[in-house]
Design a protein around this ligand. Structure first.
Ligand code: ATP
Ligand code: MG
Length: 624
């Protein structure tokens, strides 16, 4: 099937197209209406149909592939690898679901999951799905305050945690963080269920509130729990955005539309079918982890690999050794992850047999060309940049090797995924811009299946955040884009990441790209800083792979002037040891900008390494 025809059909006849796609999953009762769009921009896909994510991810595979691996959970932190077949997954999930029921958790109740990237996190998610409880996974690396905020938003009946996680060999006790969060929260859960990994034998227990999973698991051994059939539009889970641009938004996902969109994306985009192996390096706490470590691969009967640990432990070849050992067909990671490897010897990329590996997808951030070339040359595979958001739940832009693979254009995540009606429009007039012109990337509603249904408990914020930017009712991605003559879209950065130098509007991304072409540069972050004369001037913060700071700064300036013109010339270049990022690896430009303008750095709840901000402060004090 050719991409063009497939995509066009999804636009011309969305109901026919999605009715066909819906056959890829099991329905308990078939949908009565493919699309109900009586209340724009709210839409209901497959309304009246009942189904269940856990049934589709687990039960329905038992006959054909019960003994096939469903999940391989590898931890380079604990040194433990667990290989779990579909039958074993079915057993574990049933026991977990039975435990949840015994704790009075049922349909529609929220369950917060605060765990490292371990198999039980997946069991817990699927168990919630099985009984119709709404999970809200909170990334295990977040501090207690973040957890408390999410508890208060979700008001869970239960919190599931591990005793501890590990990062770089260091044990991080979770239980004290959970206790602190429950104290801080206004609406703490009545019960905390702790899965002990034996990492923190002294973990405290609060009498009457805390229960141990081990004991309950034994008590519920062999249990079977009936699947709860949910209407397609009931909530399946909540998940917060990364908080790069401000307070995170609680994305609410449905059941049927999500399952159908994932099934479609697995074969058409990721080129993975039943019996094949997918390895996503994401944490289950992120959108990629939900869609492509848990639900996507399992819904289609593939094997999913979950990895806990650094990409450099025990050595920088660890990801590729996993690809070799399990015959991974498609791998999924992030530009940030690849940049970590880029600081290591490229010889690590050549040490393992990657003959099974077909594709490496990268998402989450702009993929700069030097990094794209480095990894393409290093592993000798096709690298596919794909663009999406926590909100969309699956790719918006990608190349689709499962249909027909179009040529890669470095710097572009490619073409619209099926079902997406994308436009690039002028931010002021709202008119479509021509090929090669910059505008805001918008999705024409109704949003396709899989995308968020609303912001949890806050329809007004849903409207205001995404649909209030233009006269027409359009979903704003809040990202700048350019579409070229061939329809390839290039993402230029966020709409609040634009610099206005003496009336010239420059995307921070373009300047960052230009800086990172300098061989010494590992990563560059560019922001606009207030300037009395020009309005704003570009300021660069960069980390180096090697070389001298002053020479690198001069080199970056020269390259920007040469590639983008004198107007983009960075007014100041600061070389730092680390850049401030969110826990999901995204540059916190808004905080850099605030510090450079001597303002408060804003919501730092999702900041990864506070040391990086201190470094920036010191660099600013020292001067460029
Ligand atoms: P918040 O919405 O809370 O500010 P966030 O936007 O970083 O945080 P995510 O949903 O994790 O939260 O990230 C989606 C954003 O990441 C996109 O809107 C885009 O800015 C960026 N992004 C994702 N993939 C790509 C890509 N392939 N190329 C360029 N940018 C990307
Ligand atoms: Mg966002």
């Amino acid at each position: 099937m050719r991409y063009e025809a497939f995509h066009q059909r999804s636009i011309d006849d969305p109901e026919g197209f999605w009715a066909e796609q819906a056959r890829a999953i099991d329905w308990h009762t078939p949908p009565q209406k493919v699309l109900d769009y009586r209340d724009p921009p709210f839409r209901r896909w497959f309304s009246g149909g009942t189904t269940n994510l856990c049934h589709n991810a687990v039960d329905r595979h038992l006959d054909a592939r019960g003994e096939q691996l469903a999940l391989v959970a590898i931890s380079s932190e604990t040194g433990v690898t667990r290989e779990i077949s579909y039958r074993e997954l079915f057993d574990e999930v049933n026991v977990f679901a039975s435990v949840l029921k015994s704790l009075d958790v049922g349909r529609g109740d929220r369950v917060v999951i605060y765990m490292p990237n371990m198999a039980e996190a997946v069991f817990a998610m699927l168990a919630c799905a099985r009984i119709g409880a709404v999970h809200s996974v909170v990334f295990g690396g977040f501090a207690s305050h973040n957890l408390a905020l999410r508890i208060d938003d979700a008001r869970p009946k239960l919190l599931i945690c591990a005793d501890a996680g590990m990062r770089g060999g260091k044990v991080i006790a979770y239980k004290p963080l959970v206790d602190a969060a429950c104290t801080e929260a206004q609406h703490p859960p009545p019960h905390v269920l702790m899965v002990s990994r034996g990492l923190d034998p002294d973990a405290s227990r609060v009498e009457g509130r805390d229960v141990d999973y081990d004991a309950l698991r034994a008590a519920h051994a062999g249990a079977r729990v009936e699947v709860e059939w949910l209407e397609s539009n009931e909530p399946s889970y909540l998940l917060y955005t990364s908080g790069t641009t401000g307070k995170p938004k609680g994305v609410q996902r449905d059941v049927g539309g999500y399952a159908v969109a994932l099934a479609l994306s697995m074969w058409s985009i990721y080129d993975v079918r039943a019996g094949q192996v997918m390895f996503s390096t994401s944490d289950v706490g992120w959108a990629v982890g939900h869609s492509y470590n848990v639900y996507g691969p399992l819904i289609v009967g593939a094997t999913s690999i979950l990895y806990e640990g650094l990409p450099t432990n025990p050595d920088p070849g660890v990801w590729w050794s996993i690809c070799e050992k399990y015959g991974v067909r498609t791998m999924f990671s992030s530009p940030t992850g690849i940049r970590v490897l880029k600081k290591q010897d490229a010889a690590w990329l050549k040490k393992h047999d990657l003959s099974q590996l077909q594709w490496l997808f990268l998402a989450g951030e702009p993929l700069d060309e030097p990094t794209a070339h480095w990894i393409t040359d290093g592993i000798g595979k096709t690298i596919i940049d794909n663009y999406w958001q926590t909100e969309t739940g699956w790719p918006v832009l990608s190349l689709m090797p499962g249909l027909d693979m179009k040529p890669v254009k470095f710097g572009s995540p490619g073409l619209p995924a099926p079902g997406y009606r994308l436009r690039v429009i002028d931010d002021v007039s709202g008119a479509d811009v021509g090929a090669g012109e910059k505008g805001v990337l918008v999705i024409e509603p109704p949003l396709p299946p899989g995308c968020l249904t609303t912001v949890w408990g806050d329809d007004a914020r849903f409207m205001q955040s995404y649909f209030s930017h233009f006269k027409e009712l359009l979903y704003s991605s809040l990202d700048w884009a350019i579409r070229d003559e061939d329809g390839y879209t290039f993402i230029l950065g966020r709409t609040d990441d634009v610099i206005n130098v003496a009336g010239h509007r420059l995307g921070t991304r373009e300047i960052e790209e230009s800086c990172s072409t300098h061989p010494s540069v590992a990563e560059a972050a560019v922001i606009g800083v207030h300037d009395a004369l020009k309005g704003q001037v570009p300021v660069v913060f960069a980390t180096l792979r090697e070389g001298d700071a002053a020479a690198a700064a001069e080199g970056m300036r020269a390259r920007v002037v040469e590639q983008l013109g004198a107007v983009a010339r960075p007014a100041r270049v600061y070389v730092v040891g680390a850049l401030p990022k969110t826990r999901s690896g995204k540059l916190l430009r808004r905080s850099l900008q605030a510090l450079a303008e001597q303002r408060d750095p804003g919501d730092l709840s999702t900041l990864d390494d506070p040391g990086a901000l201190d470094e920036v402060r010191r660099a600013l004090e020292r001067g460029a």
